[in-house]
Design a protein around this ligand. Structure first.
Ligand code: AMP
Ligand code: GLY
Length: 433
């Protein structure tokens, strides 16, 4: 079967790599992909991005299954278009993707169905929003309602920064229409985990748990990013908590969607905050896999990803149980200089470690530049294309050895301005004492 993966990040590289390893897959196309997907055996990049062109390609090439990586095409209804043309695609429809594309929609949904989450109120009037902050005090969380590429959440430690965030979103329109409404939330304290499931509209199958590191610098300092590293499993989610999350969060979410007349078929990512008593609340939903969580999760998946996704598209997930490598996996993101504010672009990546059975370098912001552009060598050269550049991901007998393997490989990577955290996995290592 030929399959198509939509997107260009590390998550899509990991999906394409895993799909290509299936004996049933003859060819994986990635639209638009990156320099890493271009090098994978059985994987070809496609320079098309418009929804109609993607549908046309899938139809004329006889693509058996399309998988959508990022949230934006889902929120814009790519799945609806494919389905309207009778093309097989895995991902939520535009209506279902509102769980991510509108935080107010998600909060109303959670409240309506009694699913645990932080107390909140939604505002479009700045005066009322400021009054709510004054009444409730800090710390408090201000969120742009719509998609803001991971930048629309301000965890305000004091009232002044909360007021500033409100003004930037509601008055100065820093996020355009996405910030025309703000959700203001109680600040939850605890440890975060990513709980991702595959849904076929009726049934759900949980993937291995994971945790990411959102802050740019070591010891969780500095600005929030899309994620600087991740590992799987998340030790904070022990068996008891796993069962409670399925019972109190995941199943009520699927039942709630059905009750609201929304069929959810796709990956569903519940971002959880787990307090010191082991109680989990939903911080957010994403209508897709996490990036970089996908990279360690895919390293650990031993069964066939195509089988799993096909079962979901065909509505018989109950017959499928993914098999996982019992070893943990850990991925460290190497970001471009200037990330996240203004990432440098076009820096030649001078060395890349070789992939092995226990180590894979997933690419994100990379591209192939001609020798003239890259300024060295005679062959096309891999260069940075901004943001997160690579995610070096390793398996190990325990998390510490996975970390050692990933960091040893990172020692070989060299490009101007590269930045990475040196403490990925620190929380999990504390859990193990
Ligand atoms: P979100 O996009 O809603 O997940 O928010 C991004 C990040 O902001 C989360 O991963 C948390 O680190 C933080 N965050 C969001 N909501 C809250 C909250 N209610 N309390 C504390 N931290 C939060
Ligand atoms: N790593 C967090 C996310 O993908 O939203």
């Amino acid at each position: 079967m030929k399959v198509l993966v939509v997107g260009s990040g590390g998550r899509e590289h990991a999906l394409a790599w895993k799909l290509a390893s299936s004996e049933r897959v003859s060819q994986v196309y990635v639209a638009p992909g990156n320099a890493g997907t271009a090098r994978e055996p059985k994987v070809t990049n496609l320079a098309i991005e418009s929804p109609d062109a993607l549908c046309d390609f899938a139809q004329t090439e006889g693509i058996g299954l399309t998988v959508v990586g990022p949230e934006a095409p889902l929120a814009h209804g790519l799945v609806d278009r494919f389905e309207a043309r009778g093309l097989r695609i895995f991902g939520p429809t535009r209506a279902a993707a509102q769980l991510e594309s509108s935080k107010d929609f998600a909060k109303q949904f959670l409240v309506r169905h009694g699913i645990p989450t932080a107390r909140h109120a939604t505002f479009s009037d700045p005066v009322a929003a400021h009054a709510y902050v004054t009444e409730n005090g800090a710390p408090i969380v201000i969120k742009a309602d719509g998609l803001a590429a991971g930048k629309g959440v301000v965890v305000a430690a004091d009232e002044a920064s909360a007021h500033q965030a409100i003004d930037s979103m509601l008055v100065d329109s820093a996020f355009g229409a996405a910030g025309a409404r703000v959700v203001i939330e109680e600040c939850l304290i605890g440890e975060e985990a990513s709980f991702i499931v595959v849904c076929d509209g009726e049934q759900v199958v949980p993937l291995a748990t994971s945790q990411d590191h959102k802050r740019l610098f070591d010891r969780d300092q500095g600005p929030n990013t899309g994620g600087m590293g991740a590992y799987s499993p998340a030790p904070v989610v022990d068996d008891g908590l796993h069962a409670r999350v399925m019972r109190d969060i995941i199943r009520p979410t699927l039942e709630g969607l059905r009750a609201d007349g929304i069929r959810y078929r796709g990956f569903l990512y519940a971002g959880l905050m787990i307090d010191s008593t082991g109680e989990a609340k939903v911080l957010e939903f994403n209508c897709r896999l996490g990036d970089p969580e996908t990279q360690p999760i895919m390293m650990r998946l031993q069964s066939d990803l195509l089988d799993l996704l096909e079962a979901a598209v065909e509505g018989h997930l109950e017959q499928t149980t993914p098999r996982w490598d019992s070893r943990p996996a850990l991925g460290v993101v190497i970001a471009a200089g200037g990330y996240p504010e203004s990432p440098r672009q076009g820096d030649p990546i001078r060395a890349l470690p070789a992939n092995t059975a226990d180590l894979h370098v997933f690419h994100a912001g990379t591209a192939m530049a001609s020798a003239a552009v890259a300024g060295e060598g005679s062959e096309a050269q891999c260069v940075t294309r901004g943001g997160r550049v690579l995610c070096v991901t390793a398996l190990g007998d325990d998390l510490a050895s996975a970390g050692r393997r990933a960091y040893a490989a990172i020692g070989e990577v060299a490009f101007e301005g590269m930045q990475f955290r040196t403490d990925i996995g620190h929380r999990a290592l504390q859990h193990h004492g």
